[in-house]
Design a protein around this ligand. Structure first.
Ligand SMILES: [Zn+2]
Ligand SMILES: [Zn+2]
Length: 138
């Protein structure tokens, strides 16, 4: 964290650890639920500020589903999301896919400096496709 120029506070270190260890996407509320026992008196607004500091340092990525709240996770800023219409789960393709997207944009966007990439792909996961599940059924 220090390497990225983030001032390390106990809150930030704890929030970062929760995100890394879970490997999941959390809203700020969900992060708060998970850290408030370990950090008594912690306010939701502090969680937001900590997430913002981690995001600015590139340690945390923020993304948003079309109808959803802001979500945070400990992953690089450039990673596509695959959202299943059947079960609503979020998947990540091989990190190589994100890297190739980034390289293609970087090479062909006329000098535009790409810093973040939010890609949301909708479809059916292998499990739901196998069960013939679709939105039309629900
Ligand atoms: Zn993600
Ligand atoms: Zn699914």
């Amino acid at each position: 964290m220090q390497e990225r120029g983030v001032r390390v506070t106990p809150q930030r270190a704890h929030i970062w650890r929760v995100l890394v260890e879970s490997g999941e996407h959390f809203t700020a509320d969900e992060v708060w639920e998970r850290v408030k026992n370990a950090l008594p008196g912690l306010e939701l607004s502090t969680v937001y500020r900590s997430l913002e500091a981690l995001r600015t340092a590139g340690l945390v990525a923020e993304s948003r589903l079309p109808e959803g709240p802001r979500m945070f996770e400990a992953r690089p800023r450039i990673h596509p999301h695959l959202v299943c219409d059947g079960c609503g789960r979020i998947f990540h393709p091989d990190p190589e896919v994100g890297r190739r997207m980034f390289e293609a944009l970087d090479a062909d966007s006329g000098g535009f400096e790409v810093r973040e990439l939010h890609v949301m792909v909708r479809g059916l996961c292998a499990e739901c496709a196998g069960q013939g599940k679709d939105k039309a059924e629900s």
